[in-house]
Design a protein around this ligand. Structure first.
Ligand SMILES: [Zn+2]
Length: 373
């Protein structure tokens, strides 16, 4: 079956034209759900259990009726529409205390679609550059020892602008046969880079970035990074809430130590179970691109709430054909806002925190445990 609506959606020129794509998005989402229904008996059972008739998904108001699947479900079940060995990438989300990992994958067409999405979004935000840059990746050095999705996206990101050099904070140590955090290596690298003419780009776990900057501040190190330097933090909010780091405090320390202003700090929202990327605007608002819709639901009745009301964050996207990520429920509480001074009409998502308290700690504890070693 040809995926004509999905293809059309990912060809749409303006990545924030939410109003102009509501019908196209609905058609694409239905098409995606039908695809999964036809390729996964487990997904079909879920639809049947909820008596969901996909032919009734006709307008944007109906997308709430596609059963949502809690993210944790993907950690306990093999819910896939493609055999694992046929997938282009098998993403595993960063570990939780329980040691469970999401079994989520992407096919080759999914990746290609994802690439077009990133191309459009990055062009909109003017992230593409032909200038060579020094990358500082506060994450895993890619080796054969890991397939953590963060590492993959980090590696992909370093292709956005050509790399002069890549510094990784978590490197494989052959002697002890495991990953080790080496923030001193990053510190020396930053000092070196501040004396060169190539801009820097950073990416990765904000917890590490924050630990290092705090240490440098205590040592009275004040650098001025070359013009055009950009600090990006991906999937940052999870660690931020865990670490209780106030965002403004983070922006301040970045300017203090690296001389990079707040305008040049870009945050991304995204998850293994929702591979659409939301880059933030200059007001640090995470506007929803056309490849997604976000529903905020009442935590008890699961009924969709109005803009401005706080509830559970439900993420919907037709991007993925390998795994039924059509409608996934996070355990995050959030608010969908309307209107922003940046001029974008697309609503923006504010993450308030998480429902479960145990999971909040795992990411930061994981980071702390690696640092302590
Ligand atoms: Zn904005």
């Amino acid at each position: 079956m040809k995926k004509k609506y999905v293809r059309k959606l990912f060809r749409h020129k303006n990545p924030y034209d939410i109003k102009g794509t509501n019908q196209l998005f609905t058609d694409a989402l239905r098409e995606n759900a039908i695809h999964h229904k036809n390729h996964s008996t487990e997904y079909k059972e879920i639809l049947d259990n909820f008596a969901c008739d996909l032919s009734q998904i006709k307008t944007i108001k109906d997308i709430k009726d596609i059963p949502f699947i809690p993210m944790v479900y993907f950690k306990r079940h093999d819910l896939n529409s493609m055999p694992f060995d046929k997938m282009a990438i098998k993403a595993t989300s960063s570990g939780t205390s329980s040691g469970l990992k999401s079994k989520v994958g992407m096919g080759y067409t999914d990746l290609w679609r994802g690439f077009k999405m990133i191309w459009r979004l990055f062009r909109y935000h003017k992230f593409w550059s032909l200038k060579r840059v020094n990358y500082f990746i506060f994450g895993y050095e890619p080796t054969k020892h890991t397939d953590v999705v963060i590492m993959k996206s980090a590696n992909g990101f370093t292709k956005v602008a050509p790399a002069k050099k890549r510094y990784y904070a978590i490197r494989w140590d052959d002697e002890v046969n495991k990953y080790k955090v080496d923030l001193d290596y990053m510190k020396q690298g930053l000092i070196k880079a501040s004396k060169q003419r190539f801009p820097i780009r950073t990416l990765g776990f904000p917890a590490y970035t924050y630990f290092l900057l705090k240490e440098m501040k205590e040592e009275d190190i004040k650098l001025t990074m070359p013009k055009g330097s950009l600090l990006t933090i991906g999937g940052g909010w999870k660690q931020f809430y865990a670490e209780q780091v106030d965002k403004q405090a983070f922006y301040d320390i970045v300017e203090d130590v690296l001389g990079i202003k707040e305008d040049n700090i870009v945050e991304f929202f995204g998850a293994v179970e929702h591979p659409v990327v939301f880059p933030d605007c200059k007001y640090h608002h995470l506007h929803v691109p056309i490849y997604s819709r976000v529903l905020i639901r009442d935590p008890e009745t699961f009924e969709p709430l109005k803009k401005g009301e706080i509830g559970l964050v439900n993420l919907l996207s037709p991007l993925n054909q390998a795994t039924p990520l059509t409608s996934v429920m996070t355990d995050d509480l959030g608010i969908l806002h309307e209107g922003c001074e940046c001029g974008l009409e697309a609503p923006w998502l504010e993450i308030i925190g998480r429902v479960g308290i145990t999971d909040i700690k795992t990411c930061a504890q994981g980071a702390q445990a690696l640092m302590d070693e």
